[in-house]
Design a protein around this ligand. Structure first.
Ligand code: SF4
Ligand code: SF4
Length: 142
């Protein structure tokens, strides 16, 4: 469950959460109900329904959520299929970035920061300093 980048797949809100499947189901229901025809008009009825004016943005959000699928752990090939971090570790023969001397300065790890706010670096530091067993028993940053 420990990914090459230090993220813990077992705590990942995307892995196995079912959010994408629920978004797809809702998209199908909305289409069957033809809500695009009459939904936006609801916004003019009462203040409580004002958000129906944003129907198109709601659909865009659901379509994006439908793409947020991850049904395998990182080590099983889940996550980003073309992940540079996974490819780099495999190429170098590392079980994970915690074994790499470039861990603190690696720009390949940077793209994760906007989403997890550095959780991968916190995890990597714990794994490097305390070992995998300790990490697995303790609280993970993600
Ligand atoms: S696919 Fe890449 S970014 Fe995702 S968990 Fe695995 S190593 Fe980390
Ligand atoms: S250079 Fe090192 S820290 Fe960066 S992705 Fe490759 S193995 Fe991980």
């Amino acid at each position: 469950m420990i990914a090459y980048c230090g993220l813990y797949c077992g705590d990942c809100p995307i892995f196995g959460s079912g959010m994408a499947g629920l978004a797809k189901e809702l998209l199908v229901k909305l289409e069957e109900s033809h809500l695009e025809r009459w939904g936006p008009g609801l916004s003019e009825l009462t203040d409580e329904f004002k958000a129906f004016a944003n129907y198109r943005q709601g659909l865009d959000f659901l379509n994006a959520l439908d793409l947020l699928r991850c049904e395998r752990t990182c080590r099983q090939g889940g996550g980003g299929g073309d992940c540079r971090i996974r490819a780099c570790c495999r190429e170098k023969g590392f079980e994970g970035c915690w074994l790499c001397a470039e861990m603190e300065s690696c720009e390949k790890l940077d793209w994760l920061t906007p989403v997890n706010r550095g959780a991968h670096l916190k995890n990597l530091t714990v794994i490097r300093e305390q070992g995998k067993e300790e990490f697995l028993e303790g609280e993970k940053a993600w």
